[in-house]
Write a protein that binds this ligand. Structure first.
Ligand SMILES: Cc1cc2nc3c(=O)[nH]c(=O)nc-3n(C[C@H](O)[C@H](O)[C@H](O)COP(=O)(O)OP(=O)(O)OC[C@H]3O[C@@H](n4cnc5c(N)ncnc54)[C@H](O)[C@@H]3O)c2cc1C
Length: 478
């Protein structure tokens, strides 16, 4: 049974590995000269690792972490804290202990008053224990609105902003409350208690998982084609009959899996596909861009061994990768700081040099040591940036992995699972799509997809049971 996988990003690679494992003959078509898509890295002419962007992993990334393990990627480096710089350059360090207690402890920011801390703790608790139904409803609201309804103070909201913008590339007034509450809720799942922290790749993503994944597919008889963009999909009735590639060739398979970004998929679908609302909805979702900057210094300018953020400015999250994962910045003499610039619509037309200067100026304002050091190299990356814009109300337009065409499936971080866009959703959607393909074609069920184990339902059941016992005891006494 032959399956054509379109797109060699994390979702395409993960799905291809699962399908190769389950007896499918995999043909993977990738448009560019490298695999990994947005979660990738490469080496420049100096031999330095250039990251497509700063990527961090979380303990509840079950699908993503098991994909990395399956292909034999190097174990991640787990860090246990984060720092935040306020407008005056004052740094608050947040330890990250086990689960919710750790998170609440983390919110005792030195840069917030007790009232701000209280308001943030209350909102975080309310978010962490929301039910699935409440989460669905929260998609209609912006996070800013949701925080205000839950009494969060302005200063507390400002402290959350860089993490929200760093995770979703949108301002809090533009982002769905659901998409960020998902991240907050993850702190009350079992995996967060087991391994609280934030994971970094122990080197460039291109080296730690992309090459192992390619080998994994090829060792199982799959073929990986680089620089082979799919330029069209042919349909007859309710079935895909083949793909056209930009080099003018036709490719036929039994099953087709799109792991393309949504804007690419809608570009190559034939007109008749849009008879289905499922495909028309691809025009209702949008992209939120970002810019990534790496700066090398001639000496160490920070002592930070975990991720940091600044409350307001052109960049939000940043990390000194030569402190955190020295293998990433092999050969560097000092700090190598990587920064995430989001939201970035306004930055896209600017020249790289201008973006670098603005970024450095802001960095020097909060980390004065940067002003004393010499910048030995900088790189601005604008290509392959952006994630699906998780705006209020957009979640319902995300397609599920089974399409209305009998042999076409979709995966990728924008497709719908129970979570927001990111590497975990790329892998979760890949596992779901591969599971559906196996079920539909081989008529057997395999469990490839995992969901974190949340405590909320148990706490609810516990509260209900306690209320029932209380009522029983009260009735007996009466
Ligand atoms: C700046 C930045 C920071 C991020 N940080 C994090 C983070 O810290 N944590 C996290 O979990 N996630 C993060 N993400 C999100 C994460 O990178 C993505 O969710 C994930 O990589 C998406 O994988 P994908 O396979 O769905 O899509 P992609 O990576 O976009 O893969 C799609 C692939 O399809 C290929 N393609 C496109 N058109 C065609 C065509 N016509 N024919 C064939 N192939 C084609 C592309 O070249 C690409 O390789 C970040 C993203 C960015 C941009």
């Amino acid at each position: 049974m032959r399956v054509a996988v379109m797109g060699g990003g994390m979702a395409g690679l993960c799905a291809a590995c699962q399908l190769a494992d389950n007896g499918f003959e995999v043909e993977l078509l990738e448009a560019t000269e490298m695999l990994g898509g947005r979660a990738s890295s490469w080496r420049d002419e100096d031999g330095d690792i250039i990251d497509n962007a700063l990527h961090v992993f979380f303990p509840h990334y079950l699908n993503c972490l098991s994909f990395l393990e399956k292909v034999g990627a190097e174990p991640l480096h787990w860090t246990h804290g984060m720092s935040i710089y306020n407008r005056e350059g004052l740094r608050g360090d947040l330890p990250m202990g086990g689960g919710l207690s750790g998170l609440l402890q983390a919110f005792s920011f030195s840069t917030m008053s007790p009232l701000d801390q209280l308001s943030m703790s209350y909102a975080i608790l309310a978010a962490a224990f929301m039910s699935d139904l409440q989460m669905e409803k929260a998609d209609e609201l912006s996070l800013l609105e949701w925080f205000r309804r839950h009494g969060m103070t302005r200063t507390a909201i400002d402290h959350f902003r860089p993490f929200g913008a760093g995770l979703t590339f949108l301002e809090l007034n533009r982002v769905s409350a659901k998409s960020l509450i998902y991240w907050i809720r993850s702190v009350q799942c079992l995996e967060f208690f087991r391994r609280p922290g934030i994971g970094f790749a122990n080197g460039g993503l291109g080296e730690i998982y992309v090459e192992p994944a390619r080998r994994y597919i090829e060792e199982r008889g799959g073929r990986v084609h680089l620089s082979r963009p799919v330029s069209g999909i042919s349909i007859k009735g309710a079935k895909v009959t083949g793909l056209r590639t930009a080099d003018g060739e036709e490719l036929q398979a039994d099953v087709y899996l799109s792991a393309l970004p949504f804007y690419e998929l809608r570009r190559i679908l034939p007109e008749e596909a849009f008879d289905y609302r499922y495909f028309r909805d691809l025009f209702r979702i949008d992209d939120a861009p970002s810019v990534s900057v790496q700066i090398w210094f001639d000496r160490f300018v920070t002592d930070m061994s975990y991720i940091a953020a600044q409350m307001e400015g052109v960049f939000n999250c940043f990390a000194d990768l030569n402190r955190i994962v020295p293998r990433f910045a092999e050969g560097a003499r000092g700090s190598m700081i990587e920064l995430v610039l989001t939201p970035a619509h306004h930055l896209m037309p600017l020249a790289d040099e201008r973006i670098f200067r603005m970024t450095l100026e802001e960095l020097q304002a909060i980390v004065p040591e940067c002003a004393e050091a010499e910048v030995t190299k900088w790189v601005v990356v604008k290509k392959r940036q952006g994630v699906f814009a998780q705006q209020p109300g957009a979640d319902k337009y995300r397609p599920v992995q089974r399409s209305p065409l009998a042999n076409l499936y979709l995966c990728g971080d924008y497709t719908r699972t129970f979570i927001s866009a990111g590497m975990e959703n790329a892998c979760a959607s890949a596992n779901l799509a591969a599971g559906y393909i196996i079920e539909d074609v081989q008529d057997r069920q395999v469990k490839l997809f995992s969901k974190p184990r949340y405590f909320t339902p148990w706490l609810r059941r516990g509260a209900l049971a306690a209320a029932a016992v209380g009522a029983l005891l009260a009735a007996r006494r009466a």
